[in-house]
Design a protein around this ligand. Structure first.
Ligand code: UDP
Length: 265
């Protein structure tokens, strides 16, 4: 029997909304535990998992800017701080079931978590640790979806080295062959995937199995913001959009089973 395709290194994007569950609290511990359990099941198989957490369950900069003199940049910094709260909660849950986890923040809060250092993040992943990237990109006017695309591209740091080294010497080849790139952004949301119309307003909306980057941007399929989707496109990073609330979906997405919508090409 053919072995199913398995991603080797993935970037899992967990939105803040997804963490809220039934919304009685900002963070539902049942959800963080469900995520932790599914991540544990795949790290056991050797898949390397990096996570970018959102903060929309606590604070969204764009919708709060303008209130009582709060400028957009300050609002966005509050939003980024919100993602750190989620990250620490998720880390605690993961470590409670024995998954070694590091949080790295895009701006320094070194009493609380490591600062983002790309090479160190890669090393953590190689050692089988889960790395949670918090504080988005560290810049206002961006989103955590863009942070997911950016970190995914950054974790694929070996592609340049590969071509250069093969030309110059064969000695590095064995090491290069083992190089692992973050291969995909897995976007965990509260919907089943990308639809051709808004399923909340249109009962005839269909879930799309695959969709191109071009369609996402031109048909305004509102799955990710333009900045994040074009960053994925420019770096040939496929995106899988799937429902986190269905048990087993995270593990399925991480091992590369068909789930939700695949965005690529
Ligand atoms: N944010 C930001 N820069 C980033 C990432 C996030 O300014 O690189 C802020 C922004 O205000 C955003 C908030 O953090 O509204 C929470 O992130 P996001 O809305 O992406 O979270 P999600 O929708 O995934 O819950």
């Amino acid at each position: 029997s053919k072995k199913p395709y398995r991603w080797q290194r993935v970037l899992l994007k967990v939105s803040g909304e997804a963490l809220a569950g039934d919304r009685t609290e900002n963070i539902d511990p049942k959800i963080t535990m469900a995520i932790a359990r599914e991540v544990a099941s795949v790290t056991k198989l050797g898949v390397e998992v990096a996570i970018v957490v959102g903060g929309g369950n606590i604070f969204r900069g764009a919708s709060r800017a303008g209130c009582s003199g709060l400028d957009r940049s300050s609002a966005d910094y509050i939003g980024m701080l919100a993602t750190v709260m989620n990250a620490i909660f998720l880390q605690a849950t993961m470590e409670s079931i024995g998954i070694p986890t590091r949080v790295q923040t895009a701006f320094r809060m070194s009493e609380v978590a490591e600062p983002y250092i790309r090479r160190r993040a890669v090393r953590h992943l190689e050692k089988g640790r889960v790395v949670i990237f918090a504080a988005g990109t560290g810049n206002p006017f961006f989103t955590t979806d863009t942070a997911a695309a950016l970190r995914c591209a950054e974790m694929s740091c070996c592609s340049q080295l590969q071509t250069n080294s093969i030309i110059h010497t064969d000695i590095f080849l064995p090491a290069i062959m083992q190089a692992v790139n973050a291969e995909v952004v897995l976007k965990a949301t509260n919907v089943d995937g990308v639809y051709d119309a808004d399923p909340r307003h249109n009962p005839n909306a269909h879930l799309l199995e695959t969709v191109s980057y071009h369609e996402v941007t031109t048909r305004d399929l509102s799955v990710m913001d333009m900045t994040s989707i074009t960053l994925c496109q420019e770096n040939n990073i496929p995106v899988v959009v799937f429902n986190l609330q269905k048990p087993g979906n995270i593990a399925k997405a991480i091992v590369g089973e068909k789930v939700g919508t695949f965005i690529g090409c």
